[in-house]
Design a protein around this ligand. Structure first.
Ligand SMILES: *Cc1c(COP(=O)(O)O)cnc(C)c1O
Length: 384
């Protein structure tokens, strides 16, 4: 058997799938209290953004992540958008992020009328490299009365938004300390990180504000949905206000004190989310077991499996393997998808997309290396 066939045979065995059975990359698992809570929600008539499930979901996510506050949104992308507004990102600001990410990260920065600036990732985390961040700031930034500016563009560098790729923690503590040194706000894109812990702390609880996604393809889902995490009381109140059209509570008057957004998650989505959250620990255990089996196999077959590092407990949202070069990667993608085993390459780098091709960037060698080689393989929870 050639290498690809050996891998495909293993995947079929791990998912207990016959030769003609399609194996998806990641599907939701909806066998808990989902139908029960959805029925309760419909019977209550509170299917929109007011209701008991939506408040309870916020409380339960805060409890789970140990964030002081959790504020729901309609999806992860607009949770990121609000997170940036909350830390004070304004028009013409620069926000430092990584080029190796899903488009939503850079779109959210653009929605805030700011400009994404790209610094490289680490080879062993696939998340922002603190060394690359520091180098970029040393060469390009200066503090003027305590405010960080890009010396060349004269724009303010207001925030830094690293992303925890596939649920693996980036070097978030080092990034935080560099941000503190330069007075830059840290916003974590923890969209993929629900259930992942780094040095005992849940991802998304290191930055001033962060966002997690509950889209249908993530480790747990609300259908569509996202949540903002923060320990800051005032920012939490502001998040709720902005996400509900900036309406001032009043018995009957419509008074709005700001441009707000219709970003609050509906009760019906939160009902689904509560049922999913009850099962999250099972999902995590199940997915970590799958990752362990992948890890053993790929080690034996001399293929690099993207495993967790010491000090992190990864949710293994999407498992990833790394090929020797783009050619090997492409032939694996071709053969696996033709054989009904769904696999996907990592994202095209943001700086190569037409909208961001002229943006400021540092040296992106690791991002480019990973872009050519990383492939996600089936990672769903196994229930049969
Ligand atoms: C999924 C995802 C988002 C956006 O979440 P949605 O809920 O789909 O809007 C943002 N950033 C990253 C890295 C993601 O993977």
């Amino acid at each position: 058997m050639n290498q690809t066939n050996t891998i495909l045979a293993l995947i079929r065995k791990l998912f207990n799938a016959g030769n003609d059975e399609f194996i998806p990359l990641h599907i939701p698992c909806l066998n808990g209290n989902e139908k029960k809570y959805l029925n309760e929600c419909i019977d209550s008539t509170f299917v929109s953004s007011v209701g008991k499930f939506v408040n309870s979901f916020e409380d339960k996510v805060a409890e789970y992540t140990k964030a002081k506050h959790a504020i729901v949104c309609v999806n992860g992308t607009n949770a990121l958008h609000l997170a940036l507004l909350l830390v004070g990102v304004e028009s013409e600001d620069e926000v430092i992020t990584q080029p190796l990410t899903f488009i939503a990260t850079t779109n959210a920065i653009t929605y805030a009328n700011a400009t994404p600036v790209f610094v490289d990732v680490d080879r062993d985390t696939m998340g922002m490299s603190p060394v690359a961040l520091k180098k970029f700031l040393l060469e390009n930034a200066e503090l003027r009365d305590g405010v960080c500016y890009n010396k060349i563009t004269n724009n303010r560098i207001k925030a830094c938004m690293p992303m925890h790729t596939f649920g693996h923690a980036c070097r978030i503590e080092e990034i935080l300390s560099i941000c503190n040194e330069y007075n830059i706000e840290l916003v974590e894109d923890a969209a993929e990180g629900m259930g992942s812990v780094y040095k005992g702390k849940h991802l998304g609880t290191f930055g001033k504000v962060s966002a997690i996604s509950f889209n249908g393809n993530k480790i747990m889902t609300t259908g569509g949905g996202g949540i903002i995490l923060t320990d800051d009381d005032a920012l939490a109140a502001k998040a709720k206000h902005l996400s509900t059209q900036s309406k001032i509570p009043h018995k009957w008057e419509y008074v709005h004190d700001n441009i707000g957004y219709n970003y609050r998650m509906p009760n019906i989505n939160a009902a689904l989310g509560l049922a999913q959250l009850e099962r999250l620990d099972f999902f995590l255990e199940n997915k970590r077991q799958l990752a362990k089996e992948y890890s053993v196999f790929f080690k034996e077959n001399s293929i690099e499996f993207f495993d967790e590092r010491d000090e992190e407990k990864c949710n293994f949202w999407l498992n990833a393997i790394i090929f020797n070069d783009k050619k090997e990667r492409d032939s694996f993608l071709e053969e696996s998808n033709d054989a009904g085993v769904m696999t996907r390459p990592i994202w095209q780098l943001m700086n190569k997309l037409p909208m961001f091709k002229n943006n400021i960037k540092g040296d992106l060698a690791n991002s480019e290396w990973l872009e050519d080689r990383v492939v996600n393989i089936p990672s769903s929870v196994r229930e049969k």
